[in-house]
Each structure stands twice: as C-alpha cells, then as structure tokens.
Design a binder for this molecule. Structure first.
Ligand SMILES: *Cc1c(COP(=O)(O)O)cnc(C)c1O
Length: 415
C-alpha cells in the first residue's frame, strides 16, 4: 500500500515517542515533488505558482515553498501579514478576499500586494480610491465543479467572483475610473477530476480577457484533486498541462503579449505531505461495533465531520497485525467519527493511529473546542525532523481572556 508505505517510512512511532501525540507531521520532500510536478506540466514561457496558504499556514511551510520559487495566494489580511513575515516580497503575494471591508483592502494596497477584486461594488470604490493601483478581477465562469457544495465556488449561486455575464458592467467601471486591469482570475472550487472542466472554464476566462488590453497574467485558480484513497483518481496534471499550455500559448500569440500563467494550488502542494498521528486511548467493544477512541477529535481534524471527507487510517504500531473492522472516533463530547467500518490490523490500547492526507485544511482548521490544546507540528526536511510548532498548553487557553475582578451576581446582594 503506497500511502501506508509513505507513513511507515517516516517512523511515526519514534516521532510520537519524541514529540508526543497527537502530532502533525509534514514531509518536505513531498511538497517539493508536487511543486516540481506542477511546474513541469505546463509548457508556457511564463508560469507562476502561488501557494494557497490557507491550506497550511505554518511559516516554515511558507518559507519552504518560497525557497522552491513559489508565490503566495492569500484570502485574509492576516495571511498577507504571515506571508510578509515569512519573507515573501509584496508583489509575490496575491490577495483574494471575499466579502471583506474596504478598510482591509486598503491595508493590503498599502502593504503593496496584488489585489484580486471579486465584486463590482468594491471595484467601483477601489477605482475611485486607488485609480493608480492595478488590479486583478475574479471572474465567476459558472461552471459546476467539485465534490462538495461547501467547496464548489464557481456555480451560478456562488458568492464568489464577478459573473461572466457582468463583464460589460466591469468594462464600464474600468473605463470610467481609469483603473488598470492587470490580471483575470477564476477559481471554481476543489476536487476537479476532469481536465475538460478546467478547459471549459479557461475558454470562458480567455474570451473575457479580450476586453482588457493591459493584462500581464491570467490566474486559473486551483481545483487540483489529490488521491485520498489508494484507488482514487486525481487530476491528471500532465494531461491538463499539455492541453492548457497549447491553448494558452495560442491565446498569447493572438493577444500579442506573453502573459504569465498562474495557478494557486493549496491541497495539491501540501495534502499528501501531511500525516496526523494520534494515540489509541480505548478499544471499546459495544453490542454492534468496535470503537477505537483516540486522543483527538473534530477539534484537530474536522474534515471527516465537516465535508464527509475520507482520510485513510492506519495502525502504524502494529502494521502486521490480524485485520479487524473498526470505527475510529474522537474524544469530543459530540459525535466525531473519523471513519466507520475500516479494516485495520488489530488495534491495542496505546497503538499509534495515522491519518493520511493531513497536510491541507487539517491543522489550519483546528480549534480549541472542549478546551483541548492544538497539536504540535513537525517538519521532516532532508531526513531530519524539526519541531515547527509547539503543542499548546494551559496558558494558551487563558491567553487574551480578561479576568475581571468582581463577578458577584447582583442577585446575591438581595439575599
Ligand atoms: C482555497 C483557494 C485555493 C486553493 O484551493 P485548493 O483546493 O486547496 O487547491 C485557491 N484559490 C483561492 C482563491 C482559494 O480560495
């Protein structure tokens, strides 16, 4: 099993002995592999990969991607600040907010990052306030994509982007404000399986591009699917690369300028690099089920509960044990099931359980629910493990709580 091999190679049991559980572990080699794979798939004169950092925001991960040559895609002003802190140049950061205030956008302008605008109201205001600042426009091509309605953002009812049907309106605003549109962008959502979907979106975006004469880039967003199960098919980047490169190069020739092709993958770059390691607290036989209760829950890894996402689960302490069927659950005081009816080598209390695909949207969505500490994070770099985030402790839970002096209820006075 390839996914399991990748985990066992990291010697997860020793890592837990050294750093404790629960523990997030990221393998830098895998990030590099994915980055280079994407870069080589597209044969265009100018390409740029902007890592969508909401997937995993540890500054060491950001710096590692910067070393590889990546830019950054950010969706909040705080992510912009993290990117700058990690050492990215402002012009290598794209800021793609949705429904944020004009004040936040103005702050991003002052920081010098690239601005991606996703509604006409903001475009108008922006054009009046900062006519000299070039912008990118997020277009919604209205193609349905993705496996979950929570992550599909390109459909007709989506709150994201400016509808492709509103391009004439955009053109009017651009004319009256004198704003310079330097880029067009789309991002249709996660889990696109089909290169054809991408190409349909690309076609729509390129047809809109003819309305803007001063473009320097076109950003095709993301949607690259990675395998979550051994049998999953993922986005065939090489096939997509071949087809889209050809179409893009043809377009540039007609447009009369070599534009930069941009992608902004999150999941594709970091999902498979990550593993989440937890310890088995109890093996609980009920009348109908055998539960493995682990020292984690939806507070640390919410994707199975939130998106119905499938994460492969392995018993890395007893990989050669006799196979049995288990439901793996968390310790949170509501139902938090990681997986049902999973076949695992016999699990004993104390065994370390590993979740695959834990690099993207796992730690970055973790919380302190049930007043639990968020886990530590470790990066494996050139065969060496580095602690890149300490496990939280009590003081983190109390940090920023303001403990006021007198909390005597008024009613106590009367008694
Ligand atoms: C979340 C997001 C991405 C990354 O999506 P993945 O599925 O993780 O690759 C890219 N662009 C924008 C604007 C996003 O919001």
């Amino acid at each position: 099993m390839a996914i399991q091999d990748a985990i066992q190679k990291l010697d997860p049991v020793s890592l837990v002995e050294k750093y404790g559980a629960p523990l997030y572990v990221y393998n830098a080699e895998r990030i590099e592999f994915q980055y280079k794979r994407m870069l080589t798939a597209f044969k265009v004169p100018k390409i740029r990969i902007n890592y969508a950092c909401k997937a995993l925001t540890n500054v060491n991960i950001l710096r590692y991607l910067k070393q590889l040559g990546s830019g950054l895609d950010t969706v909040s002003i705080q992510e912009v600040h993290l990117g700058l802190h990690a050492g990215f140049a402002p012009q290598d950061i794209m800021y793609t907010p949705n429904c944020v205030s004009m004040e936040e956008i103005t702050e991003a302008v002052q920081l010098g990052v690239k601005i991606n605008i996703d509604n006409i109201s903001i475009l108008e205001q922006f054009g009046h306030l900062h006519p000299e600042i070039p912008v990118c426009i997020r277009v919604n091509p209205h193609i349905m994509a993705g496996g979950s309605s929570k992550i599909s953002v390109g459909h007709i009812d989506s709150k994201f982007g400016i509808s492709i049907h509103q391009i004439p309106h955009v053109v009017r605003v651009v004319k009256t404000t004198g704003i310079n549109v330097e880029g067009l962008h789309m991002h249709t959502g996660s889990n696109i399986l089909d290169a054809e979907v991408f190409l349909r979106g690309a076609e729509i975006l390129l047809s809109a591009a003819d309305n803007f004469k001063e473009l320097s880039f076109i950003d095709f967003g993301s949607g690259f699917k990675v395998p979550y199960r051994e049998s999953d098919i993922s986005t065939d980047v090489e096939d997509l690369g071949e087809k889209l490169s050809k179409r893009f190069n043809d377009f540039c020739e007609k447009y009369g300028k070599e534009l930069t092709l941009i992608f902004e993958p999150g999941k594709f770059l970091v999902s498979e690099s990550g593993h989440f390691l937890v310890k088995t607290n109890v093996v609980k036989q009920t009348t109908s089920n055998v539960f493995i209760g682990v020292d984690s829950g939806l507070n640390h890894l919410i994707r199975p509960m939130f998106y119905n996402a499938h994460h492969e689960i392995f018993n890395v302490s007893n990989p050669n044990g006799k196979p049995r069927i288990y439901s793996i659950v968390g310790y949170i005081c509501e139902t938090d099931t990681f997986g049902v009816n999973r076949k695992l080598p016999e699990v004993r209390e104390g065994d370390i359980i590993a979740f695959a695909n834990a690099g993207a949207y796992c730690f970055s969505m973790a919380s302190n629910y049930n007043s639990r500490f968020r886990p530590a994070e470790v990066l494996i770099l050139n065969g060496e493990d580095h602690l890149i985030r300490e496990r939280e402790e009590m003081k983190d839970l109390l940090h920023h709580q303001v403990e006021i002096d007198s909390l005597k209820p008024a009613i106590a006075e009367k008694n």
